[in-house]
Design a protein around this ligand. Sequence first.
Ligand code: NAP
Ligand code: NAG
Length: 327
Amino acid sequence: MAAAAVLAAALGGGLFLIARHFLSGARRVSRSAGAGLMKGKTVIITGANCGLGRATAAELLRRHARVILACRDPGRAEEAARELRAELGLGSRREGVGELVVRELDLASLRSVRTFCQQVLQEEPRLDVLINNAGIFQCPYTKTEDGFEMQFGVNHLGHFLLTNLLLGLLKSSAPSRIVVVSSKLYKYGEINFEDLNSEISYNKSFAYSRSKLANILFTRELARRLEGKGVTVNVLHPGIVRTNLGRHIHIPLLAKPLFNLVSWAFFKTPLEGAQTSIYLASSPEVEDVSGKYFGDCEEEDLLPKAMDDLVARKLWDISEVMVGLLK
Ligand SMILES: NC(=O)c1ccc[n+]([C@@H]2O[C@H](COP(=O)([O-])OP(=O)(O)OC[C@H]3O[C@@H](n4cnc5c(N)ncnc54)[C@H](OP(=O)(O)O)[C@@H]3O)[C@@H](O)[C@H]2O)c1
Ligand SMILES: *[C@@H]1O[C@H](CO)[C@@H](O)[C@H](O)[C@H]1NC(C)=O
């Protein structure tokens, strides 16, 4: 009797999850129009070899952009580029798709960020969209090449230097856009100026949330600085998405099937998760919008701590010193 009830519950639950999976998928992705929308435009996407970055790259290529995959591992980047070319028919079909370029960028190394930017400034006559997408989530305590706590270093500081070094090119290509990928988990973060490198204590969840709060404060401060310059900057959260982001999270072997089922049913696919990045990068609707926070292609409210302009300014000043922009 009990066994039958369990079986029935499991079957019912399974059916529910399957329905949930297909219904949510249909609702969330609309391959919006605008095939040629990005023709003649150059886009840089950091961390574009997998997950959200890769899905964003694919969709912007479909809209005819020239897309630069900025990735830390040349092998993984080339493999992603090969797959994307095959998937989109690049190379075989002359018309109808954009152009794909691979460049090395390790955000855990300021030297790598500088080398990447030098090459871009030499080779690219224009830059229309910069998407700060790469991210690392709840890794064990590690430091970047320059001695920064890894999550703060990659998610915030590396992108801070990258954006600043590309700002001139973005301005000369105006109207242009910067898109920053943050997370709802910013809510649990705080900019503790006394221990930005977590040398006093390290809490991996806190460090991730802090870096994602930094992404939002950075966006708002940069929007203020760019007022009237023809360059917009907006920040987004993608929702919960099935990607490699959880690579540092250990799930017990026995719980894996359940986790996989739940994530399959409830998490967004990378294509669904990438919709807001794609929207902010390409939609005419947000042409003049700047300094805002988005989810599911709609503007959302922020907690007061993410709108603290004094903290944002102080974080900007300290970041400039940390990455060596101020001599
Ligand atoms: N997935 C979610 O549920 C979720 C939720 C909220 C926010 N986000 C945000 O979404 C963004 C994309 O994440 P994802 O979910 O697509 O995860 P993902 O599949 O792990 O992709 C992350 C990308 O960042 C790259 N990356 C990591 N460290 C780097 C470094 N030092 N230099 C350059 N690139 C580096 C990774 O390169 P490798 O492949 O070489 O490691 C990878 O290409 C992140 O900013 C993340 O915080 C994701
Ligand atoms: C680590 O940080 C998270 C998020 O800020 C917090 O909820 C949690 O209680 C912290 N853990 C410890 C052990 O302090």
